[in-house]
Design a protein around this ligand. Structure first.
Ligand SMILES: O=C(O)c1ccccc1NCC(=O)[C@H](O)[C@H](O)COP(=O)(O)O
Length: 244
């Protein structure tokens, strides 16, 4: 019957379309590398104002890819980061590495929007969601085969994130209330995250010394924005960090 054939060929087609940078592959990539890098495409931020005047976002994404990053983070928040969803849509078409929609997800609509725009990863910030919202958003991301980095800043937030079913943890070294940065935050929380869950250190990473410290603590990935955005030669700085 044609209907039976339509169902079986559709199953096969969807199976193929769901591979690529799916959750499983993103997690494997983050766990497998020695210590990997997530390069951020960010024009401005609340703590630093405008970081770069010249913002050739496609060129920047290409440079990150060439330097061998594991993923590219794209700010899409317009007011404080001068981001646009359009940057992400275009970058996804330009590169082959997984792309993270970096935004302040507070509505399921934004998760569907990220998927539709072609993102492979979203950020869920524990501090701006109720535990129930976090659980529901994690579930929705799972259903859409979108990897979710659940961002935490403290042990209590980490407990909430793990309870919500987080599969990837990002520890923000920046206190989002007063913008102070302390790399010790990642070091303190590292041992509370099971080894099968990728651990990402985010924010305020600037030097080879920082990289050495985080490598020693067995951090799987570092997410770097400002330092890479300000570097004239992104390939050079990423290679130097890789060799640290
Ligand atoms: O960067 C900020 O000023 C900021 C303020 C309030 C909420 C979030 C903020 N940043 C988002 C990020 O998580 C960073 O862009 C990311 O971790 C990279 O940080 P950095 O390497 O320090 O640019």
């Amino acid at each position: 019957m044609i209907l039976d054939d339509l169902v079986s060929t559709t199953k096969e087609r969807i199976k193929n379309e769901k591979t690529g940078h799916n959750i499983e592959n993103v997690i494997a990539k983050f766990l497998n590398s020695d210590m990997g890098f997530i390069g951020e495409v960010k024009k401005a931020s609340p703590s630093k104002g405008v970081i770069v005047d010249n913002f050739p976002y496609l060129e920047i994404a290409n440079e990150y890819q060439q330097a061998g990053v594991d993923a590219i983070s794209v700010l899409t928040e317009p007011k404080y980061f001068q981001g646009k969803l359009k940057y992400l849509t275009e970058i996804v078409k330009e590169v082959d590495v997984p792309v993270l929609r970096k935004d302040f997800v507070i509505d399921p609509y934004m998760i569907y929007q990220a998927k539709f725009a072609g993102a492979n990863i979203i950020l869920l910030i524990t501090a701006i969601l109720t535990p129930e919202q976090l659980k529901n958003f994690q579930q929705l991301a799972d259903e859409l085969d979108l990897a979710a980095i659940v961002e935490v800043h403290s042990k209590s937030e980490l407990d909430i994130a793990l309870n919500a079913g987080a599969k990837i943890i990002g520890v923000n070294n920046r206190n989002l209330k007063n913008f102070t940065v302390d790399l010790n935050n990642s070091l303190k929380l590292r041992n509370f995250v099971p080894k099968q869950i990728p651990f990402i250190a985010e924010s305020g990473i600037k030097s080879i010394e920082d990289i050495k410290l985080l490598k020693k603590a067995d951090v799987n990935e570092v997410l770097i924005g400002e330092t890479f955005m300000r570097a004239n030669d992104k390939l050079k700085i990423i290679n130097e960090f890789k060799e640290a």
